[in-house]
Design a protein around this ligand. Structure first.
Ligand code: ATP
Ligand code: MG
Length: 324
């Protein structure tokens, strides 16, 4: 008997603009109800990957590879099929809750519209369901909030509204791209806890994108590390943090600010800059910035290979333990 396919299966996904490849050969799977975090520095292709899953890339983006969701190929889908899928089976939460909400419409109108459109609910029922969802994201006085406008809410509350809106149609997959980056630290922590609870309670699959390894590790079972549009390393969150195999992951870990670091210990940013998309590279894309690079790293692109159960790494000289 063959096992049922995963909820989401991305294979050899590449995205190109006028010859400049911004995502190359990215692959991962997500089971129903599972969590995966994508991390990497700015420009590593995280958002491009997310947008490809929602059919939201500009028309001039050239895509290759495969994105299968609920057994169906999504690349090449017609716009009206995307419209049916987006917001109903796959939902997206962006970084900036102010620009994602319409300032001229009340919260209730914006939320109810989603249910009227996707599920054909009459307005009164849509408003009642919207209030229930605001309640689920721990917004007090849900019914009164429906009459309010985005500017009347705090940043954290706006992000809760966006999350509630994304979940209205009970999607199977929530893609959250830097959902807490625009928020201050305490609100950030509350939103992460909320995402975690909702994911568990609703059996949602969650793809959480962040440049912050700690944010992702807090919520996700597995992590995918991207650099210059490629997957450098993937594995279970705890193992990846405790024992990074790719020098890039180790670099990300060493450069993060930590509350438990001994006082006075300087942060160690990864030296150098990521390559510009389209710049030709023969070897490993991280090689120019890598302290462990040897001759082969500049000559030959390392494949993403399994290293241990559940762990893959694209490196000619993977670390075997901290600093080894
Ligand atoms: N419409 C576009 N046309 C050409 N290049 C683009 C376009 N959109 C994004 N890119 C490029 O694709 C690359 C990956 O961008 P992406 O937004 O996916 O990065 P990211 O990992 O999400 O970064 P950040 O952490 O800053 O959000 C970048 O080099 C970016 O300049
Ligand atoms: Mg991004």
């Amino acid at each position: 008997m063959s096992a049922s396919p995963p909820l989401l299966q991305v294979e050899a996904l590449s995205i190109e603009y006028a010859g400049a490849r911004v995502v190359e050969g990215v692959g991962f799977e997500l089971e129903a109800g599972a969590t995966l975090g994508i991390v990497g520095e700015s420009g590593s292709g995280k958002s491009q990957t997310a947008l490809a899953l929602l059919g939201l890339l500009p028309a001039r983006a050239r895509l290759r590879g495969s994105v299968r969701f609920e057994g169906r190929e999504l690349l090449g889908l017609a716009e009206r099929d995307w419209n049916r899928l987006r917001g109903s089976r796959i939902a997206l939460v962006f970084q900036d809750p102010m620009t994602s909400l319409n300032p001229y419409l009340s919260i209730g109108t914006q939320m109810a519209e989603v249910l009227c459109l996707h599920r054909g609910l009459p307005r009164a029922a849509a408003l009642a369901e919207s209030a229930r969802m605001l309640d689920a994201v721990r917004i007090t006085d849900a019914v009164a909030r429906l009459a309010q406008y985005p500017h009347e809410l705090s940043g954290g509350m706006r992000q809760r509204v966006l999350i509630a809106t994304a979940l209205l149609c009970r999607p199977a997959l929530l893609v959250a791209d830097e959902p807490t980056t625009a928020l201050d630290v305490t609100v950030q922590a509350e939103i992460l806890v909320l995402l975690e609870q909702l994911q568990r309670d609703l059996g949602l699959a969650l793809l959480l994108i962040s440049h912050d390894l700690d944010v992702v590790a807090e919520v996700c079972e597995r992590i995918l590390v991207m650099y210059a549009g490629r997957v450098m390393e993937s594995g279970p969150a705890a193992a990846l943090l405790a024992e990074p195999r790719h020098p890039y992951t180790a670099g990300l870990l060493a450069s993060r600010p930590r509350l438990d670091a001994p006082p006075g210990q300087p942060l160690q940013p990864i030296p150098g800059q990521p390559p510009t998309p389209g710049q030709p590279t023969n070897g490993c894309v991280f090689q120019p910035r890598c302290g462990r690079a040897v001759a082969v790293c500049a000559e030959q692109r390392p494949d993403l290979l399994p290293l241990a159960p559940g762990r893959c790494c694209a490196c000619h000289r993977p670390l075997t333990g901290w600093g080894m």
